[in-house]
Design a protein around this ligand. Structure first.
Ligand code: ZN
Ligand code: FE
Length: 253
């Protein structure tokens, strides 16, 4: 299975998953890049996967369906235009005619119904987990988001993480304020700067890499706890408080 990043808007990625013949698209906030990629690569659109209801992830669905009827998998508890299959935690998705299977994970936090799709050693996590960061809490609580991130972090280390936005360098700027001594963050920053200078995506990374450079997956570490304590005047009582403080700090930056 091949996975290709299609750009849209300022910093969105729509992910195209294809086998050379048939293609799925994840979070089509726009239709034009999907149509162009399918036409230029001779692919037939076979389905749409949606992680959450925000328009930069959904506005392309209806225009794509106007051209061709395909199944649309989306979270059961959110309004998703054109959805044909409402999915819940633990559901398995088998797109017709393609040799790939995805498991649905309910990952509330950014929105309450947000889902992620895991399969083929890849994760499509929408606006839940970003490289070196995480989504804003528009609907969920810190405890919900932390629980979601911890589930994603427990996936096999080689799992490739396909986030919906290119936020990596600005996330790293914050991450390095939190952990100035973290050498993995420093070398990852150098690598990401080179990728962006070449106009290439920093994504996908891996879960193993995120465990080293993503402060939101590191709220249990001494380094992050001590950094939070410097600001708050005391240590956080637990991981949820640490996560809430860290998310609040980032929101002010
Ligand atoms: Zn969003
Ligand atoms: Fe988004």
């Amino acid at each position: 299975m091949h996975i290709v990043a299609l750009r849209a808007f300022r910093d969105n990625y729509l992910w195209l998953v294809h086998d050379g013949r048939r293609a799925l698209v994840v979070d089509p906030g726009a239709a034009a890049p999907v149509v162009a990629a399918c036409e230029s690569q001779g692919l037939q659109l076979a389905g749409i996967l949606v992680t959450h209801h925000h328009r930069d992830h959904t506005d392309g669905i209806v225009p794509l369906l106007d051209r061709q009827r395909v199944p649309v998998w989306g979270p059961a508890d959110e309004p998703i235009p054109g959805r044909t299959h409402a999915v819940r935690d633990g559901d398995r998705i088998q797109p017709p005619g393609m040799d790939v299977m995805f498991e649905v994970m309910h990952v509330p936090g950014h929105t309450l119904g947000h889902v992620a799709y895991a399969g083929a050693d890849a994760l499509f996590c929408g606006d839940t987990l970003f490289s070196a960061g995480c989504g804003r809490l528009f609907e969920g609580s810190p405890a919900q988001m932390l629980g979601s991130l911890e589930r994603l972090a427990a996936l096999p280390a080689h799992t490739k993480v396909h986030c919906a936005h290119e936020y990596t360098l600005s996330n790293l700027q914050f991450a390095r304020r939190v952990e100035p001594e973290n050498a993995d963050m420093a070398s990852y920053t150098t690598w990401c700067e080179q990728r962006r200078a070449d106009d290439a995506p920093t994504l996908p990374g891996t879960i193993g890499q995120e465990l080293l450079v993503n402060p939101f997956l590191r709220v249990h570490t001494d380094a992050v706890r001590q950094s939070l304590a410097m600001r708050a005047g005391r240590l956080p009582v637990d991981r949820v408080e640490a996560f809430a403080w860290l998310r609040g700090w980032k929101d002010q930056c």
